[in-house]
Design a protein around this ligand. Structure first.
Ligand code: FDA
Length: 396
C-alpha cells in the first residue's frame, strides 16, 4: 500500500488535515486504533461541542514556544470553520461571548468532517494499530495491523493523554522521542480540583452549588494566573469554568485564592450595610450576594450569625477576607480520567510552524494536541486542531 500521506489519529486535527490534503489531490489514509472516529468531538462541550471561539488569539494558548501557534491561527481563523459548519447547515449558539456550540448534538461536527473526508476521497481505517515507523528513502514506512504501508509523509495526530478510555495514548510522544525530538513534561489540565479531607467534608454538602468567582493561583506570595468565571462545588471538590481554567497554571503545592464577591469591596459593602440596616443578620446579607446554601455554609464555617450591628470592624475584616481571599490548598486534581486537555507535549522548536514538518525529518509531521500547544477553555483547543490540521494538510 502506498499513499502520499498517512495520518495517525482520526480526531479533530487528523480529520481536518486529511480532508484538506484530500481536496489538494493527495492520496490520503487515516488510521485510528479506536473503533470510532472523533470520540472526543462527540463528548466535547457536554455533548454540544464548543467547536471554536470567535476571539481566539495566540494569547489563549500555553506553550514553551508561544510564537509557534501564531502562523497557523492567523491563516485558518474561527470564521473559516464557522463558514464550513454553516455550509453543512449546522445550527449553533454563542453560549458565552465568542464560544460557539452546536445547537443540537456534537455529532453534527463529526458528520461535517466525515462527509468532507468522504468527498475529498480520504480513506479511513479504524481498529488499526501502528507497530513501527522507519525512514525509507524520501518517505516513511509504517508497520501496521493492516500490513506494511509506504507513505511520502506521516502525520501524527494522536492527541494528548486525557481520558484514556476514549483512546488517548502516549504514542505521539514515543514516536517523537524515537526520532530525536524533545517532549516537554505533560500534565492534566482543564481538570477539576480535589480537596483535602477537612475541606472535602465541609464542601461536599454544597455539591451542585455554582457562583461567579475570581480565582487566582498564589505561589510564594505571587499571583500566577487569574480567571473570573463561575465555580461549581462537586462531591470531590471544585470545578466549573474558573477552576478548570486555573488548573492549567496550578502546580501541586500551590494555593488558590478565591474571591466569592468579584468586583465588590466586601469590607466597604458590609460596613455600609451595618450603617443602613444594623438589625440585619450576616446570613441575610450573604444570601443577597451568594447562593443561599453557600451563604448558610459560610456562616456555619465562620461560627456565628450575628446581626450587623454586633459586628466589630475586626469581625467585618475577617468576613471580608473569607469572602474576598478564601485561601485553599487543593489536594490535587481529578487527573487524566477527567482532564479535557494535556499541558506540554512534543516540543515545537524542532517543527516548522508553516507545514508542521519535523525540521530534521521532513516526511514526519505533528499536529493538534500532541504538540506542546494547549488552549484555554472555551473552544480554543478545537480551533488549534482545525488550524494546525489545515496548515499541515495544505503543504502535504
Ligand atoms: P484527539 O484526541 O481528538 O484525537 C486523537 C485520535 O488519535 C483519537 O481518535 C485516538 O483514538 C487516536 N489515537 C491515539 N493513540 C493512537 C494510536 N496509538 N494509534 C492510532 N490512533 C491513536 N476542546 C474545545 O475546544 N471545546 C470543547 O468543547 C472541548 N470539550 C472537551 C471535553 C472533553 C471531555 C475532553 C476530553 C476534551 C474537550 N476538548 C474541548 C478538547 C478537545 O477535545 C481536544 O483538544 C481535541 O480533540 C484535540 O484534537 P486532536 O485531533 O489533537 O486529538
Amino acid at each position: 500500500m502506498t499513499y502520499d500521506a498517512v495520518i495517525i489519529g482520526a480526531g479533530a486535527a487528523g480529520l481536518m488535515c486529511a480532508l484538506t490534503a484530500g481536496y489538494a489531490g493527495r492520496r490520503v489514509l487515516v488510521i485510528d486504533h479506536a473503533n470510532k472516529a472523533g470520540k472526543k468531538i462527540l463528548m466535547s462541550g457536554g455533548g454540544r461541542c464548543n467547536f471554536t471561539n470567535l476571539a481566539t488569539t495566540p494569547a489563549n494558548f500555553f506553550s514553551g514556544n508561544p510564537a509557534f501557534c501564531i502562523s497557523a491561527l492567523k491563516r485558518y481563523r474561527p470564521e473559516h470553520f464557522v463558514e464550513l459548519v454553516e455550509r453543512h447547515g449546522v445550527d449553533h449558539v454563542e453560549k458565552a461571548p465568542g464560544q460557539l456550540f452546536c445547537a443540537g448534538s456534537a455529532k453534527a461536527i463529526l458528520d461535517v468532517l466525515l462527509t468532507e473526508c468522504h468527498w475529498a476521497g480520504v480513506e479511513i481505517r479504524l481498529k488499526t494499530s501502528v507497530e513501527g515507523i522507519e525512514r525509507v528513502g524520501e518517505g516513511l514506512r509504517l508497520t501496521t495491523s493492516l500490513g506494511r504501508i509506504d507513505s511520502g509523509a506521516v502525520v501524527i495526530a494522536t492527541g494528548g493523554l486525557s481520558i484514556p478510555t476514549m483512546g488517548a495514548s502516549g504514542f505521539g510522544y514515543d514516536i517523537a522521542r524515537r526520532f530525536g525530538l524533545a517532549v516537554t513534561p505533560t500534565r492534566p489540565a482543564l481538570v477539576p480540583f480535589t480537596l483535602p479531607p477537612e475541606w472535602k467534608a465541609r464542601t461536599a454538602e454544597l455539591a451542585g452549588v455554582a457562583c461567579e468567582a475570581a480565582v487566582q493561583v498564589v505561589s510564594s506570595g505571587k499571583c500566577l494566573g487569574h480567571y473570573q468565571e463561575p465555580i461549581l462545588f462537586t462531591h470531590r471538590g471544585l470545578s466549573g469554568p474558573a477552576m478548570l481554567q486555573i488548573s492549567s497554571v496550578w502546580q501541586p503545592g500551590d494555593s488558590l485564592s478565591i474571591d466569592l464577591l468579584p468586583g465588590i469591596d466586601a469590607f466597604a459593602a458590609l460596613a455600609s450595610a451595618r450603617r443602613e440596616t444594623p438589625r440585619r443578620r450576616i446570613s441575610t446579607w450573604l444570601g443577597e450576594h451568594l447562593p443561599k446554601r453557600l451563604a448558610q455554609a459560610l456562616v456555619e464555617w465562620h461560627g456565628g450569625d450575628e446581626r450587623l450591628a454586633e459586628c466589630s470592624n475586626e469581625a467585618l475584616a475577617a468576613w471580608s477576607e473569607q469572602l474576598g481571599d478564601w485561601r485553599l490548598k487543593p489536594a490535587g486534581t481529578e487527573g487524566w480520567r477527567t482532564a479535557e486537555v494535556t499541558l506540554g507535549g512534543v516540543d515545537t522548536r524542532a517543527i516548522s510552524s508553516k507545514s508542521f514538518a519535523v525540521n530534521d525529518v521532513p516526511p514526519l509531521r505533528f499536529i493538534g494536541e500532541v504538540l506542546d500547544v494547549t488552549g484555554e477553555l472555551g473552544g480554543h483547543n478545537f480551533q488549534w486542531a482545525w488550524a494546525s490540521g489545515v496548515a499541515c494538510g495544505q503543504t502535504l
